[in-house]
Design a protein around this ligand. Sequence first.
Ligand SMILES: CC(C)=CCC/C(C)=C/CC/C(C)=C/CC/C(C)=C/CC/C(C)=C/CC/C(C)=C/CC/C(C)=C/COP(=O)(O)OP(=O)(O)O
Ligand code: 1GP
Ligand code: MG
Length: 230
Amino acid sequence: MFPTFYKQWRHVFKLDPDREIHDEALEKVCLSGTDAILVGGSSGITFDNTVDLLSRIRRYELPCALELSDPSCGVPGFDGYFIPMVLNSKKQEWLIGHHVEAIRDFGRLIPWDSVIGEAYLVLNPDSTVARLTEADTDLSEGDSLAYAQLADRLWNVPVLYVEYSGTFGDMRLVRRIREGLQQAHLFYGGGIDGPGKAREAAEAAQTVVVGNLVYDDLDAALATVHAVKN
Ligand SMILES: CC(C)=CCC/C(C)=C/CC/C(C)=C/CC/C(C)=C/CC/C(C)=C/CC/C(C)=C/CC/C(C)=C/COP(=O)(O)OP(=O)(O)O
Ligand SMILES: O=P(O)(O)OC[C@@H](O)CO
Ligand SMILES: [Mg+2]
């Protein structure tokens, strides 16, 4: 049985092992009152930079999970492992192909009790993740709702992640997606640039993920915690 601790998360910071963060900034992030740190990124992730970031985060008490985008970066010691699958990729490999290979090659090492499947709906065509996975972002509202319901109802995925990485999304659509879910927990991430957008996202989704802002404007990033959790 996979863990369910993420269901309590309202606010999460996503830290990228491929980006530099100084100790002082990391301390503020970890003591900010956020519910957890998600470690992940879509490029430049290595075993070494992932171990390094985990060991620095472990000075603090909050939960820390890894979003695994490359099987060679499966670092032990995280509280949980999210495995992304891109629903609207035009390439089968980003939905199940890499996953089958990873399970075939590393199956015995996988701590299944700590693994959580995460179905991504990638909606910003200009994001790294959209380009990498060749996501079909030219979707009608009906298409997006159908992808979400397929993952939720046919596949019973624990987490649906509406990903607008780099730009703020359509909160009406995010809310409609949430209303259509039966059991999956909804993460929203993308373009949160301060408390106002964080609050809007928190009204639409169950968990709000703040990424780039940590690196671009730390004070604004820290202010999103209170906006989401109060
Ligand atoms: C001990 C231990 C834990 C061992 C682990 C053993 C192991 C190797 C298990 C493997 C299990 C498994 C099934 C793994 C799957 C591997 C795999 C390659 C999956 C593909 C994942 C995937 C679809 C990746 C595509 C990119 C993606 C969706 C990344 C998620 C994170 C994300 C979107 C970050 C945002 O990216 P960013 O770079 O910040 O973007 P911007 O530039 O826009 O900011
Ligand atoms: O970096 P931003 O745009 O905040 O997006 C957060 C997260 O959804 C990225 O995977
Ligand atoms: Mg990023």
